[in-house]
Design a protein around this ligand. Structure first.
Ligand code: HEC
Length: 184
């Protein structure tokens, strides 16, 4: 093999290397993995609602709370309200936990007092009172109704179940508020 031939072979090898390198760079640019906007892992958690409905499913049409309260059961509501006890106490003078004590909440001002509970800015700035209607809207999907609330509870998707819970909340009072009259 003369040196001219050797040169040709070396040239071919070098050329191949250069082409591979160029391919590698372009492939890297084309197929580089997408960087997530936030560092860490995306964990998809499906929120399930009490009663088997799913967050993604179409919302069931709800009846007005005034109508539902007429046939609501405070006893059933008390049973459902066990879910709330992870974060709330219900008895008079009960302590605040993750959420405030809820004795006498019906008709009270939103995000006020409750033994100095540290409400979120979202809850405080919403203002108004916890009427039956407001409780109904909030408990359907708290974070939907008051975006930014600290109440990380998925909500009660069934209207009758909400009415039962609200009927129970109403009994937690020295003088329960009158039931609303159904608008016909
Ligand atoms: C995971 C904990 C958690 C669960 C479960 C929970 N809550 Fe709450 N709740 C909170 C927190 C925290 C707040 C305060 C929210 C804020 O300041 O934004 C709150 C606020 C409230 C308020 C407003 C109180 C006020 O004085 O303005 C009501 C009413 C309420 N919750 C009812 C319920 C009911 C009824 C249930 C059960 C069906 C329930 N919550 C389940 C944590 C929870």
């Amino acid at each position: 093999m003369n040196s001219f031939e050797l040169n040709k072979i070396m040239g071919a090898v070098l050329g191949t290397c250069l082409i591979l390198l160029a391919l590698n760079i372009t492939a890297g640019a084309l197929f580089s993995p997408e960087k997530p906007a936030k560092p860490g892992y995306n964990i998809a958690v499906k929120e399930t609602h009490e009663g088997g409905g799913s967050a993604a499913g179409p919302a069931e049409p709800s009846k007005p709370i005034e109508e539902l309260l007429a046939s609501a059961s405070a006893e059933k509501g008390q049973a459902t309200a066990k879910q709330c006890q992870a974060c709330h106490t219900f008895e008079k003078g009960g302590p605040n936990r993750v959420g405030p004590n809820l004795y006498g909440i019906v008709g009270e001002e939103r995000g006020k007092d409750r033994g100095g509970f540290n409400f979120s800015a979202a809850m405080k700035s919403k203002g108004g009172e916890w009427s039956y209607q407001e409780l109904d809207k909030f408990l359907t999907n708290p974070r939907n109704y008051i975006p930014g609330t600290n109440m990380t509870f998925a909500g009660l998707s069934r209207d009758t179940q909400r009415a039962d819970v609200i009927a129970y909340l109403r009994t937690l009072s020295d003088s329960p508020k009158p039931l609303p009259t159904a608008k016909k």
